[in-house]
Design a protein. Sequence first.
Length: 115
Amino acid sequence: VHFVESGGGLVQPGGSLRLSCAASGFTFSSYGTSWYRQAPGKEREWVAGINGGGGRTNSADSVKGRFTISRDNAKNTLYLQMNILHPEDTAVYYCTAQVGSRRYWGQGTQVTVSS
């Protein structure tokens, strides 16, 4: 099981970014997947999740209405569309899934929101 995140970068407050997570090594469409983030000095926190088929999503209150999780099972790819970014959204963003008895993580992509 392998995840590779991309799409992070530096953006001004109020701006947008779209993160991608390429998955491999398992049947992607059979598993729910999530985005987490970890800001400097803070614990990793859940951001948003989506079921295997893509029909059910949920997100943390702190990002609800601004971030949208989606997936393309034909491309084995998870996305996070982030709009109206705030400085407090600055963090390393990770994609993850529980496959069998183990939770797998990508290496993360840095998102910095600053003017």
